[in-house]
Design a protein around this ligand. Structure first.
Ligand code: DQA
Length: 149
């Protein structure tokens, strides 16, 4: 079974970008952590990052195809700023029916008002924020638990 870990705009800058909010680990570190965690459960973990909204829509469609083929365990999506702007991502998630965890490294509710609203949360199976990059591993733990029930 496949787990997708999708990261949106500016997350390629992890490690150097506002480390007081996002920590000092790089995207490579985070993706390695996800592969290791997923591997413990026998998942094939596919990690992608893009600064372009349409790339994220495309990967959600790819996940939808795997879902239809019975090969998808789940998707972890940090849509970053597109969380707060993107009807296209909402429609993509709704259109595929995939089990998706919306993730944010920082606690978006403790930040600016414009980060409090998510366009995608209503189509997510679960939403998590504020766990730092640890959240990615916790999300994969949750996907594994759901799979075994
Ligand atoms: C973020 C929070 C978003 O508000 C922000 O635009 C990001 C990262 C997070 O992981 O905390 O780029 O998704």
């Amino acid at each position: 079974l496949v787990v997708f870990v999708l990261n949106g705009p500016n997350l390629n800058l992890l490690g150097t970008r506002e480390p007081h909010l996002y920590g000092s680990q790089t995207l490579d570190d985070v993706e390695a952590l996800c592969r290791q965690k997923g591997g413990q459960y026998g998942f094939e973990v596919r990690c992608h990052q893009s600064n372009h909204e349409g790339d994220l829509v495309g990967w959600i469609h790819d996940a939808g195809q795997l879902h239809r083929d019975g090969r998808l365990a789940g998707v972890v999506l940090n849509a970053a700023a597109y969380t707060h702007t993107s009807v296209a991502l909402l429609d993509a998630i709704k259109g595929t029916g995939i089990a998706l965890i919306e993730l944010h490294i920082s606690n978006v509710h403790a930040r600016e008002q414009f980060r409090h609203h998510s366009y995608i949360a209503s189509a997510a199976k679960a939403v998590m924020c504020g766990f730092g990059v640890l959240g990615y591993g916790l999300a994969i733990d949750a996907i594994a638990q759901w799979q075994s029930h």
